[in-house]
Design a protein around this ligand. Structure first.
Ligand SMILES: [Zn+2]
Length: 213
């Protein structure tokens, strides 16, 4: 299988390629479809058959998601009206309602996976990818990377966004539902979060942070 290189200045010279960022020499090798070659010194993704995973993009998407996360939590998602009574619903409204109705573990789980985990995941990814992009050895970047790894599968905001849409179908049989601006902010945060997960390269971040020890 012939390997392709998506970066212009790292052509193979006698089995060695050069990192375009720090000029370290790397042993060239043929890559599989999901493999890529990272620089052992600076963590740069030197060669890949699947371009697009970049830490700079991860930083941008994580910051965008953090910004939209604030109005997503402060604005009502929908207004539900039944028999003359209407109620504004925020993310935290659902958590509070579950808690008050005696479903404390479920309320805590929704709070953790729809608010706490997404926030700390996005913040730690921003921190690690900023450290990588700016080539700054930021303090606690290693701890932030471990936190991002631990929280990635608990970041269920995109699932929450889909669950909201599905629940509206059911609520419409009981009363009237109108979408509010919070729903658009949640949608934007969910999309930015998924793009962050796609772009954030843990292997490259690990290599970079280990290289600094
Ligand atoms: Zn390098």
């Amino acid at each position: 299988m012939k390997s392709e290189c998506n970066l212009p200045d790292n052509s193979s010279e006698g089995g060695w390629i050069h990192c375009p960022r720090c000029y370290a020499s790397l042993r060239d090798r043929v890559l599989g479809s999901h493999e890529y070659l990272c620089c052992g010194r600076c963590g740069e993704q030197v060669k890949s058959l699947r371009p697009g995973r970049t830490m700079i993009a991860a930083w941008a998407f994580a910051m965008a998601a953090l910004v939209t996360f604030i109005p997503a939590n402060l604005n009502p998602i929908l207004i539900f009206s039944v028999a003359g009574n209407s109620q504004e619903n925020l993310i935290i409204t659902g958590v509070r309602a579950l808690w008050m109705q005696g479903f404390q573990p479920l309320g805590a789980l929704v709070f953790f996976s729809a608010i706490l985990a997404p926030f700390f995941y996005l913040a730690s990814v921003s921190y690690v990818s900023a450290s990588w992009t700016l080539q700054l050895r930021l303090p606690f970047a290693g701890a932030a990377l471990r936190l991002a790894e631990a929280l990635e599968s608990w970041n269920l905001l995109p699932v929450f966004a889909i669950a909201c849409m599905v629940s509206v179908v059911k609520l419409r049989t009981l009363g009237t539902v109108s979408w509010e601006p919070g729903s658009l902010w949640i949608l934007a945060t969910a999309v930015f979060t998924m793009l962050t997960i796609q772009c954030f390269d843990r292997k490259c971040a690990e290599l970079y942070l280990e290289g600094g020890k």
